[in-house]
Design a protein around this ligand. Sequence first.
Ligand code: FRU
Length: 489
Amino acid sequence: MEYSTQKAEAFIQANTGSVNPLFRPHLHMAAPIGWINDPNGFSYYQGQYHMFCQYYPYQAIWGPMHWGHWTSPDLMNWTWRGVALAPDSPFDNLGCFSGTVLVKDETMYLMYTGVHKNSRGIVVQEQCLATSKDGLTFEKHPANPVITSAHLPAGSDMVDFRDPKLMPHGDGYRVLLASRGEHSGLLLSYLSQDMVHWTYEGVFADGISLMPECPDYFHLDGKDIVVTCLMNQPPEGLKYQNDHHAVVYILGDEMAGRFIPQEHHSIDLGQDFYAPQTLLTPDGRHVMIGWMQMWGEAPPTHYLKHNWQGLYTFPRQLSLRDGKLCQQPIEEIAALYEREVTMHNQQVEGTLSLPGVEGSPSSLQVELTNMKQGKADIHLMQQGEMFALLRYDAASGVLSLDRSRLYYPVLALPGQEAHDVAAVQLEKGLSSLRLDILLDTCSIEVFAQDGAAALTSLAFPKEGSAGIRFAGEYTVKELTFQTLKRAAE
Ligand code: FRU
């Protein structure tokens, strides 16, 4: 099949009516039709935020990758701008894979991975540039591909060489690239003065799983931080339960062109969080958005043939607290508040539903104390005995989110395993558990202890199930519940 942006646009125009709206999110970005995975090119240009996506418009499954595009004035209301890149050139005809955007002198520079067959018939990944002077139309650079297999150090695999993170560096530019080395995954660094001619600087980081996809790198509160996605990472206790894919942040220091890692932690241990990108906003905040799905899953939008699949997390602001990366929904969310319910000191004994505390999209912030039975449960998206179970177990300190009691299961693709319970280790025996929960049509995002831990999962309730029920024996010391205006359609 020959691809082009025009062909994709015509297809989208003609077929969007076939999309079933049942699970379409109201707060989160989703493409009008078809499949999306990684967020790409998260940037700010001429007064607008820009987000691109790994996109296959023609079916709700992964296929030859295009880049879809949205813009937003406020990080919450996103307008779909159509298809920015199609796999229509000899250097990217098997896909325009993930990448990033750098804005320089009123021009947007998109760097992405072009997948194609080389002269020996091997499928290779090489790096390409596209530019835009209006933020709406994109032109591929005549020098593509600008970083090729010939730029690889000995031992690195030309088949897995992708996901450029393009950054300013000194008076020029740097790109970090994910690569599969002989013994482990590597991040390779390249330098340039013009973004077109690149020289290999060296290994920036090594020993990161077999292949550290979608690297990000930024400086926050005095630390250098690498964020990357580990492929083929075996489960370790509560960690990395997601089909061997995990997102970690690595704290360290850059010295002489090399990243010296100190410690690494998971960013979000929910089932559905991958390939995040961060952006430094004009007012100096680091905001992160991730793909809210996971490889290997078959959500109901897939098996019920709703003709769309994939959405992004709500934007989260990052901060470092006590040496840990914390994340919380951006403060702009206040503009979406519609109806507020606040309560104090509600005693829970058995099960308790509180008047007005139900509905979606919504935000629920609670502080739970006095957990007498050693555990505290909250039933989300509840109707009768169908609900997603959020549980804190004081003896183990584990906070878990179990979606197995919901009406529509998230199945696994053939050969993969389904995962219904996600869990994160908090302190044992907490005297105060603070939770900030964002609920949308088919997703739950939980931030615990002021964003020190996060669990993000897709969850598909029966139509209209938006109850919230407290269960166990504890005190809801503080509660603020908001129904939210719809930011996305
Ligand atoms: C991560 C990823 C990237 C790649 C893209 C392809 O989810 O595998 O490494 O560029 O998806 O769609």
